[in-house]
Design a protein around this ligand. Sequence first.
Ligand SMILES: Nc1nc2c(ncn2[C@@H]2O[C@H](COP(=O)(O)OP(=O)(O)O[C@H]3O[C@H](CO)[C@@H](O)[C@H](O)[C@@H]3O)[C@@H](O)[C@H]2O)c(=O)[nH]1
Ligand SMILES: [Mg+2]
Length: 198
Amino acid sequence: MSATEHRVNIIETRVLSDDWYTLKKTTFDYLRRDNTWQRQSRETYDRGNGATILLFNRERQTVVLTRQFRFPAFVNNHHGMLIETAAGLLDHASPEERIRAEVEEETGYRIQHVEKVFEAFMSPGSVTEKLFFFIADYDDSLKTGKGGGLEDEGEDIEVLELPLDKALEMIRTGEIVDGKTIMLLQHAALRVATVSAA
Ligand SMILES: Nc1nc2c(ncn2[C@@H]2O[C@H](COP(=O)(O)OP(=O)(O)O[C@H]3O[C@H](CO)[C@@H](O)[C@H](O)[C@@H]3O)[C@@H](O)[C@H]2O)c(=O)[nH]1
Ligand SMILES: [Mg+2]
């Protein structure tokens, strides 16, 4: 039992949409901090959990990113071509297992050792998903294919290799606007700074 379970009393859950993923509306009573119960209702969009990885060559200070069309960004006044770290939904596999398969599918690099750096809820007010973040070293010898994703699932992924500094600059210019990607690039930059300060 989680520490907050006694504070939540679910009254009703309705499935609003169950097509590609699941959107539910739940009515529940919530025990507020002042010990009074309040009825609330919240919609939750459930796509399962996901994983993402930054390929980072420490020697050359380069990273591998992807660029693909993201329709939800497109409908929110962006051109939609998002630069991102390789990522995928878990589909009930373990995060480590899934991210190794996903990074090869999307970028063509076959990575054995991945290091988990943190976990994060990216949009906890409405999306249930927890994202597992990884970083891994890569070099040309690990390239086994051209990546690109699964065409029959509509994926059309471009693979980009660029200097870490350039990627960090692209956060400042607004060319990189994806949350998970910004987090991992800044994590890599902090590591570089820590190593050079030591
Ligand atoms: N037909 C159909 N296909 C969909 C729909 N939504 C997504 N897909 C397809 O489902 C596949 C999911 O690909 P993944 O590589 O597993 O996931 P992702 O979309 O890259 O998601 C990753 O990035 C997200 C955004 O940062 C993360 O939220 C997610 O956790 C994951 O890491 C893609 O081919 C995508 O086009 C839909 O509504 N309909
Ligand atoms: Mg993906």
